[in-house]
Design a binder for this molecule. Sequence first.
Ligand code: BV8
Length: 271
Amino acid sequence: MTSPPSPPSPSSDLLAARDLVRRSRRVVILTGAGVSAESGVPTFRGPAGHWKRFRPEELATPEAFRRDPCLVWSWYDHRRQALAACAPNPGHGAVARYLEANPEAHLVTQNVDGLHQRAMRPEGSAVPHPRIHELHGSIARLRCSGPGCTWAAEDPRRIDASREDRLPRCPSPGCGALVRPDVVWFGEMLPEAALTAAFEAASRAEVCIVAGTSALVHPAASVPLATLRAGGTLVEVNPEATPLSPHARWCLRGRAGELLPPLLAEPDPPA
Ligand code: BV8
């Protein structure tokens, strides 16, 4: 009976990056869809990514929603239901433990799947975590598509996108506009509070860890540059190179679920 393969010994880059993280207090972690890949959530631009079957302009824009709300809702309903079967993976768990243990650490995520929040608060909570900044919104949250209406609600239930007259409408008195997913589409501004908090944290950070993102979508992909401009260090966690790789002091080539736990692990207590 052969023993299971032991985990690969940490690379010298991983040990050096971990040492810097341990010597730092102000750390920002920017995550993308790659951090959720090991939870079974498709990425956007990978071989099996969402964008392989659809073009972003067809689905993730206000114009697409105006043109064909049923098509857009059918895509989001499919993603919302697929997410119900997904759970946080060791990468989410490592980030959650690190945020809990380090009061000056911030998480900036492009992900809308809510898995970071579930790793932080498995029992769920309506109160957003003050140091988790969701740049692109949340797929489990709905909001009114009407101009000026602020109605929004957490609601993971199925959406019947079979006919436009079955799509959910805003319950606010006198409104009745179509309800949409509370995510940021291409051409839409990011939530100002989250974006401001993200750049403020990054511009003060000693280290910015960029995990699981192709770094192609802006302004999210510019957040790590604020750390660099302030003299901080970039650490990339990604099996592949990205436009940020040349700016990273260490490029840890591997999966987030394998690399984030050792990278963010607390030091062993003194014997
Ligand atoms: C805006 C919707 C003002 C929600 C998404 C410069 C400045 C400002 C704007 C722009 C600019 N240039 C262009 C623009 C416009 C546009 C943009 O960035 N376009 C790109 C495509 C060029 N930006 C906008 O429109 C933004 N709005 O700026 O408003 C404005 C408006 C117009 C013009 C100027 C200014 C709005 C952007 C938000 C769009 N919404 N999604 C949803 O349905 O989910 S974007 C979509 O991509 C997701 O939100 C996702 O978060 C985001 C980024 O993708 P990634 O997370 O990086 O995922 P991806 O699949 O690409 O990569 C996965 C990575 O993981 C890979 O590198 C892979 O190697 C790695 N990986 C895989 N497995 C693992 C792994 N890593 C670790 N472990 C693993 N196991």
